[in-house]
Design a protein around this ligand. Structure first.
Ligand code: FES
Length: 153
């Protein structure tokens, strides 16, 4: 992981200081650090000449820009109606059991955080989830256990 001040500086240098570049800057810092801390918000604001309140407002609007420390792999199980009707709750239960955590928690080794999200655009192949940016579809409880196993190798 990059130190926070260098991650912010690198992101701002790469994308620019104009207000319109705020979202890519925040995405870049989040990628480097896995989440956005309070000091990241202040550092981005200072680097870009924006108020911390504005930067926080943008960061908190997009739930993919985590404002809490998360595991190295973030699992987003779709909770929207199509996936719900196709058994998303069974997927969630299988993940909770396999990872030995509840929704919203992070495994003790810091490897996984289990979260829910709204529709990720794979409704026709639900239930669906993302692990980081990778979509997984047509899920079954057995299939998610295999997927988690692959990440544990
Ligand atoms: S409803 Fe789950 S991907 Fe759209």
């Amino acid at each position: 992981m990059l130190r926070q001040d260098s991650a912010v500086k690198i992101a701002v240098e790469k994308h620019g200081k104009e207000r319109k570049h705020l979202l890519p800057v925040l995405q870049e810092v989040k990628r480097a650090k896995n989440y956005l801390s309070r000091s990241d918000i202040s550092d981005v604001a200072a680097e870009m000449g924006l108020s911390s309140a504005h930067v926080y407002g943008v960061a908190s609007f997009y739930h993919f820009l985590d404002l809490e420390e998360r595991g190295r792999n973030i699992i987003w199980v779709c909770k929207t109606i199509s996936c719900y009707m196709k058994g998303a709750n069974d997927i969630l239960l299988a993940l909770e059991e396999a990872l030995k955590i509840r929704l919203g928690e992070t495994t003790s080794d810091g490897k996984f955080t289990l979260l829910q999200t709204n529709c990720i655009g794979w409704c026709h192949k639900g239930p669906a989830m993302l692990i980081n940016d990778q979509p997984y579809t047509d899920l079954t409880p057995e299939k998610v256990v295999e997927i988690i196993h692959e990440y544990n190798q």
